[in-house]
Structure formats: structure tokens, C-alpha cells
Design a protein around this ligand. Structure first.
Ligand SMILES: [Zn+2]
Length: 268
């Protein structure tokens, strides 16, 4: 079923812009009223409570983001690391909100000449008497129209910069490392491969350090000197492309170096 009356077909775009704080599309929730002009003028001016308008706009965006986040989070894995946008489901809270909104505003169906069923959304009258309530209602209305678009599984939030964006194609399934905006996608995957490379290097350093640890010429007795000597000895043995270790590195990893030395002694 498509919604194509009583709202702008640009709803998914509006939704995205509002989520990313593009203020020019935020509706006005505060009515302007006529106030008398200063004495020499004999006409009235239109005035608005700017502070209230600002508060209502913030409430609108805040509410939209909560709805979007709850929707996005419903597709995340238990650990939160991966996510599957196709598996997103309405939480009981979102269902209650949308059902409540629908029963109050009563969208209705009609038929196109082609036989397609069309969902008509009522154009909601803004309730200027309580701007904050109107802002929250308007957020639910926009979210409701967004839910009836194919964009609902294409909406993603960058794990790095929190910007919202739509994927170009429908996601196919599980995204193991989470979602990143086009700007951060490459650096996120570069970081992951760095991490993969670093683990064996660290392991190799720990191993070398544990072997050196026991061979320290015990002329000097304080642990600081021993750490310095271990660091220098390990660095001589390291491959050229490895980052050299410092005395502090040895001190910091002292427990692991000890455990590694223990294992070597046991012949494991
Ligand atoms: Zn980003």
C-alpha cells in the first residue's frame, strides 16, 4: 500500500533532513498574533514567541531522532556491533505510538483506476494551543509516512559521526561491522585491518619480551632498568616495519610478559 495523498511524497527526504538538523523544513508550531504597533504607527504587527518556537523545534527533532533510533536499533545484533536493516521491527512502544496516532487521525483508503489501494493521510491541523504536543504529534506523523516508504530499511546512522543517511540500494542482510556514512566507511574498514595487523605484532613483541625478561644481566636490580634493557633488546630483534617498544610499554605489559614467560618455561 502506498500513501500518496495528504502528504508530500518527499516525506523520506524531509525525514532525513530533519534528523540531520536542516532547519528550513521544520514546520512552525507557534502561531503569530497581532499586537499593536508603537504609538506613531496605527497598524498592528505580527509577533511570535521565539523562545517557545525554538523549544518546539527542538522537541520535534528530538522526538524524530528517538523514533528513528528506536527503529534502527531494533535491527541491531545483541552485542550491538552488527545490524540487519531488513530485520527491523516496530518495538511495542513504536507500535503503540503509531496505532495511537492512526486511531486519532484516521487515515483512510481509496482505490486508483489501476485497482491499487491507496492510503490517504489526513492533513493534520496544527494545534497551536500546545506547541510542544503539536511538535511531537507532527514527528509521529512524519515517521508514519516514512514507515510506508521503501526507505525504512535504507535509513542508517553512521557509527562514527551520527549522521543519518539512506543507502543507495536496499540492504541485503546482516552488516557485520555496523553502518558508516560514505565519509567514514573507508576509514572504518582501514582501522579494522590495522587492528588485525596489530594483534600478531603485539603478540610477537610480548613473546620476544618474555624471552628477554629472564635473560637480563642482573647487575642492576631495579625493575625500571630491566624494562629499559628488555625494550632495547626486543627492538634490536624486531622487523624494520614494526613500531619499536618503549620502556613504558614493557612496564605496562609486565603481567602479560610474565605470564608468557611462565608458559615458555612450562614448555607450552
Ligand atoms: Zn560518518
Amino acid at each position: 500500500m502506498r500513501i500518496d495523498q495528504g502528504f508530500s511524497p518527499d516525506a523520506p527526504l524531509h525525514f532525513l533532513m530533519a534528523l540531520n538538523d536542516s532547519p528550513f523544513i521544520i514546520p512552525s508550531f507557534v502561531s503569530s498574533k497581532r499586537v499593536p504597533g508603537p504609538p506613531p504607527l496605527n497598524f498592528s504587527l505580527r509577533s511570535k514567541d521565539e523562545a517557545l518556537e525554538q523549544e518546539a523545534s527542538e522537541a520535534y527533532i528530538d522526538h524524530l531522532r528517538r523514533l528513528a533510533d528506536e527503529w534502527i536499533d531494533s535491527g541491531k545484533s545483541r552485542s550491538g556491533e552488527g545490524e540487519n536493516p531488513v530485520e527491523r521491527r516496530l518495538t511495542p512502544n513504536l507500535r503503540e505510538l503509531l496505532d495511537g496516532w492512526a486511531s486519532r487521525n484516521k487515515p483512510f483508503i481509496g482505490f486508483k483506476p489501476s485497482g491499487d489501494i491507496v492510503l490517504f493521510m489526513p492533513a493534520c491541523k496544527m494545534d497551536f494551543s500546545s506547541p510542544l504536543e503539536a511538535a511531537r504529534n507532527e514527528a509521529v506523523r512524519l515517521f508514519a509516512t516514512f514507515m510506508d516508504s521503501p526507505h525504512r530499511s535504507r535509513l542508517c546512522k553512521c557509527r562514527r559521526c551520527n549522521v543519518y543517511y539512506y543507502t543507495q540500494r536496499q540492504p541485503r542482510g546482516y552488516i557485520k561491522n555496523g553502518t558508516y556514512c560514505p565519509k567514514h566507511r573507508n576509514s572504518a574498514s582501514a582501522n579494522r585491518s590495522n587492528l588485525r595487523r596489530r594483534i600478531p605484532e603485539r603478540k610477537r613483541k610480548l613473546n620476544l619480551a618474555s624471552r628477554c625478561w629472564g635473560r637480563w644481566p642482573k647487575r642492576l636490580t631495579d625493575a625500571g632498568t630491566q624494562a629499559q634493557w628488555v625494550a632495547e633488546t626486543v627492538n634490536e630483534k624486531l622487523d624494520r616495519y614494526c613500531t619499536p617498544i618503549s620502556r613504558n610499554w614493557v612496564t605496562r605489559n609486565r603481567a602479560e610478559i610474565g605470564a608468557e614467560a611462565q608458559l615458555t618455561l612450562q614448555g607450552n
